[in-house]
Design a protein around this ligand. Structure first.
Ligand code: JFZ
Length: 470
């Protein structure tokens, strides 16, 4: 038996189905999402969600002034995620603002970034247009605190990215921190300069900056596939609805992620959190390649491609999307290790993408893991152990068995109701037929001695209807 060299560094987190995770900074994460229940499904919504449901894999980009300090302030390494440095080090606005004068990412090349996403097999890109630090990474007329007006760079990277995305036919969406804005006296989050949030005129900030900036993003950058709102502090249903109305008016096709507030088109999971089981609704996991979103010079603990492929397949087999992040440097370069690892995933997808894009969820479930009969967590609940041997994705007439651990001479699958008519490996260009033996609802496939793919060898089983018994 060959064991793949996967996930050696990390044990899988035990992941919760419900987003109970509360972020270290105290972000409330109750994520109330619009349009997920069957009752709210409609042909209109189906059409709007179609690209998202087919895409499966996207590129997240966290890029802003925080790339300049890159995790270090006044000679001190600041713990935590890089884009939170202003908050973690309690940097006064007047000091943090000065970073803009140093921000000159002359090596930024929109085409190169987009090409990398394409090479990685990604179908959409989501970039920070304004993170919690309040700095707009595009030319904004609403506030001079933006990359075009406040830096020596004097370019609008979002304009350049929008043009490059159009050329490469890949969708573009914008992250926008609607509630936290540490630059504004009335924005949420900056208590070190401006005092407690509950004393602020939050609606003044929303109406004066956040709403008009979202309007700009939806007006000046062509079709926007989604707006990725975040950390909905103080976002009442009414306040959330004002953003939703803007979207529905300006770009009715544009999706809303799960972190606006009371409305959204899909559920955003906790960062790096993969549910244990198949979810019927639409969902996405935002995830890091190392441990930070914004660039940090001392975070070089990269997840290997084997782990990225496993997570992508695991997520797709449960019905979700994987939004994987890079944190470019202050020069405008995506770290080389990020590029290398993403391109390795892309090479696997070139061969096996048929089993990912537009694929459906597993009809089985036993392969996902199980609750331990003996081990209990601190609260006395049985521990869920994730199994990592195989996963299943489907298309009409096809079952794709993703083999992460080569099972040896044969693979045995239980619970098959339909007749398997043909079996072959996706990585075999000739699609040579593998021997099939059936007995009751068990089918046994004879495999070659060695796995054809390094990370995940995909066994395709062609059935009459691909209806497998649960
Ligand atoms: C937020 C941001 O604060 C962070 O900087 C980054 O942009 C990330 C993608 O999103 O952090 C969160 C928000 C929600 C959860 C975790 C981290 N959550 O629901 O578990």
């Amino acid at each position: 038996m060959v064991t793949m060299p996967r996930m050696l560094k990390r044990r899988f987190l035990i992941i919760l189905i419900l987003p109970l995770v509360v972020f270290a900074a105290g972000v409330p994460t109750a994520q109330i999402v619009r349009g997920q229940s069957a009752a709210q499904e409609s042909p209109e919504r189906d059409a709007r969600m179609r690209w998202f449901r087919e895409a499966k894999f996207g590129l997240f980009i966290h890029w802003g002034l925080y790339a300049v300090p890159a995790g270090e302030w006044k000679g001190q390494a600041i713990p935590g995620i890089g884009e939170w440095i202003m908050n973690r080090a309690k940097i006064p606005v007047k000091e943090y603002e000065q970073l803009a004068t140093q921000f000159n990412p002359t090596k930024f090349n929109a085409d190169a970034w987009v090409q990398m996403a394409v090479d990685a097999g990604m179908k959409y890109i989501v970039i920070t247009s304004k993170h919690h630090d309040g700095f707009a990474m595009y030319g904004s007329k609403v506030s001079p605190y933006n990359i075009l007006d406040a830096t020596p760079f004097k370019r609008d990277p979002l304009k350049e990215l929008a043009a490059a995305c159009a050329r490469h036919k890949i969708r573009l969406g914008f992250y926008y921190s609607q509630a936290q804005d540490w630059h504004e006296p009335n924005g949420a989050g900056n208590t070190w300069d401006f005092g407690a949030d509950d004393k602020k005129d939050f609606d003044q900030y929303l109406r004066g900056k956040a709403e008009p900036q979202v309007r700009e993003l939806l007006t000046n950058y062509g079709p926007v596939c989604l707006i990725w709102f975040d950390t909905p502090r103080m976002m009442t249903a009414e306040r959330s609805q004002r953003f939703a109305d803007l979207l529905h008016t300006l770009q009715p096709q544009c999706l809303i992620d799960g972190r606006l507030g009371a409305v959204g088109d899909y559920r955003s999971m906790g960062d790096n959190s993969i549910p244990q089981a198949v979810l019927k609704e639409d969902w996405e996991v935002p995830a890091t390649l190392n441990h930070t979103w914004g660039f940090k010079k001392d975070d070089t603990d990269w997840k290997p491609p084997s782990e990225l492929v496993f997570k992508l397949v695991d997520i797709v087999s449960k019905g979700g999307n994987y939004l994987l992040n890079v944190g470019p440097t202050a020069e405008g370069i995506i770290p080389q290790a990020s590029q290398d690892n993403l391109r390795a995933v892309g090479r696997w997808l070139k061969v096996n993408g048929e089993a990912i894009y537009g694929a459906g969820t597993t009809p089985f479930g036993t392969e996902l893991g199980a609750y331990s009969e003996t081990e209990k967590d601190k609260t006395g609940k049985p521990v869920f152990t994730v199994s990592e041997d195989w996963r299943c994705t489907i298309k009409p007439g096809k079952l794709y068995i993703h083999l992460f651990r080569w099972p040896g001479k044969t693979f045995e699958l239980h619970g098959i109701k339909d007749t398997v008519e043909r079996a072959y490996l996706l990585a075999d260009p000739a699609h040579k037929r593998l021997a099939i033996m059936s007995s009751g609802d068990t089918v046994t496939i004879t495999l070659p001695a060695q796995p054809p793919s390094e990370y995940d060898s995909v066994l395709c089983l062609a059935t009459k209807a691909a209806v497998a018994k649960r």
